[in-house]
Design a protein around this ligand. Structure first.
Ligand code: PLP
Length: 375
């Protein structure tokens, strides 16, 4: 898409992605560093992110859906690929066709995979997921402890035992240690099986629960895995929006749908060509009065932070730019929506959500450009 035709410009830095992967690997105490590339590599694009990560040295990839795994295979011929959301009934042949590995999360899935391997006369690799506290996917710990006695587990190769943290970004949450202990107990019954517990934040826990393989996602893309400390990761995503109009709103004028924002004096408003149809959350709307400190969206205009004014609409966002010298901005200029001090975590917080949701909703109308393609 030519840049001039788009309302938003999304820049994705693949060198920063590769450098983040190396940082995570170097913090993983010698464990293998995989990459979680579900949800289109957290919105950055599987087809671009996977080759960049592979060039950096990453060999193992996790996705949520089988359809995503097929896309990873197309650009990662040598990759080891796991599908986190489990084995849907009847899909085993698709795994074999594309050399993919299911993450089995119940005895039904284990039995189905084992039966398929028996029928093929080949022991194929799969991971087993044990639930240590999420109550979402995976065998219970009690069931996990019986795996060593289950005959079906000899029909295939248990290539990985894994579990997932509930709140690793809260470094002092006692749940972390409870999960580590439960996971260790299951692991001890399966000697020789590789083990994986840590997501991005798990890598940085003082308990160092790295085991044999770590599974970062968010931090690869620049999200802060240590929210209580400075972000050790580099920014991967930068989003700019174009100003389509600048206007003055007189005192007591309102801005946007439902007139939820009131100008207490004469205010200058910039209208940006990005809206909730681009995945920018409507919950970042500013409902109140000009000059109030609202927890709402912000953008950087000519080097200054400027607050949203009024509701985010489908295709447009209105911003109060009164504090920016009039001569410093004009129609057609771009402003920064994600980047600099407005990092993913801050944009998420200002929209009442998390940076993960901001990333994975990055819109399809943006003109995307990739930097550092050669790794
Ligand atoms: C999404 C996911 C990850 C990656 O988590 P981040 O917090 O993004 O690092 C790791 N493991 C599992 C099972 C996941 O679902």
């Amino acid at each position: 898409m030519p840049k001039e035709t788009a309302g938003g410009l999304l820049h994705i830095d693949l060198s920063a992605l590769a450098s983040n992967w190396r940082t995570l690997r170097d913090n993983a105490g010698g464990a293998e560093a995989a990459a979680v590339v579900k949800a289109d590599a957290y919105g950055t694009g599987i087809e671009q992110a996977v080759p960049a990560l592979a060039r950096a040295g990453c060999r193992t990839f996790f996705v949520a859906h089988l359809s995503e795994a097929i896309r990873v295979r197309a650009v990662g011929p040598d990759a080891t690929i796991y599908v986190l959301n489990g084995l849907f009934p009847g899909t085993s042949p698709v795994y074999v066709e594309h050399k993919l590995r299911p993450v089995l999360g119940s005895f039904e899935e284990i039995e189905e995979w084992a039966a398929f391997c028996r029928s093929q006369g080949q022991k194929r690799e799969a991971a087993i997921h044990v639930d240590t506290g999420m109550n979402r996917l995976g065998l219970t710990v009690a069931h996990g402890l019986t795996l060593k006695d289950r005959a079906e587990c000899t029909d295939f190769e248990v290539a990985l035992l894994m579990s997932h943290f509930v709140s690793a970004e809260e470094s002092d949450n006692p749940l972390n240690i409870r999960q580590i202990e439960s996971f260790k107990a299951v692991r001890e019954t399966l000697p020789g099986v590789r083990a994986s517990l840590a997501n991005s934040s798990g890598i940085f826990l003082k308990e160092k629960p790295h085991f044999d393989l770590v599974r970062p996602g968010y931090a690869l893309y620049g999200g802060n895995p240590t929210p209580d400390h400075d972000n050790p990761m580099s920014a991967v995503v930068n989003l700019e929006a174009r100003i389509v109009q600048l206007r003055w709103v007189e005192e007591n004028g309102t801005v946007g749908y439902n007139a939820r924002w009131l100008a207490l004096g004469r205010r200058r408003i910039a209208t940006l060509s990005v809206g909730y149809a681009d995945g920018y959350p409507r919950s970042a709307s500013a409902r109140g009065k000009s000059g109030e400190e609202l927890l709402a969206g912000m953008v950087v205009v000519a080097g200054r932070l400027c607050p949203f004014a009024g509701n985010v609409s489908m295709d447009l966002i209105t911003v109060d730019v009164t504090d920016v010298p009039e001569k410093d901005i004009q129609r057609g200029d771009t402003v920064t929506m994600i980047g600099g001090s407005l990092d993913l975590d801050e944009v998420g917080r200002r929209a009442g959500t998390i940076g993960y949701e901001i990333l994975t909703n990055l819109g399809r109308r943006y003109a995307r450009s990739y930097r550092g393609k050669q790794g």
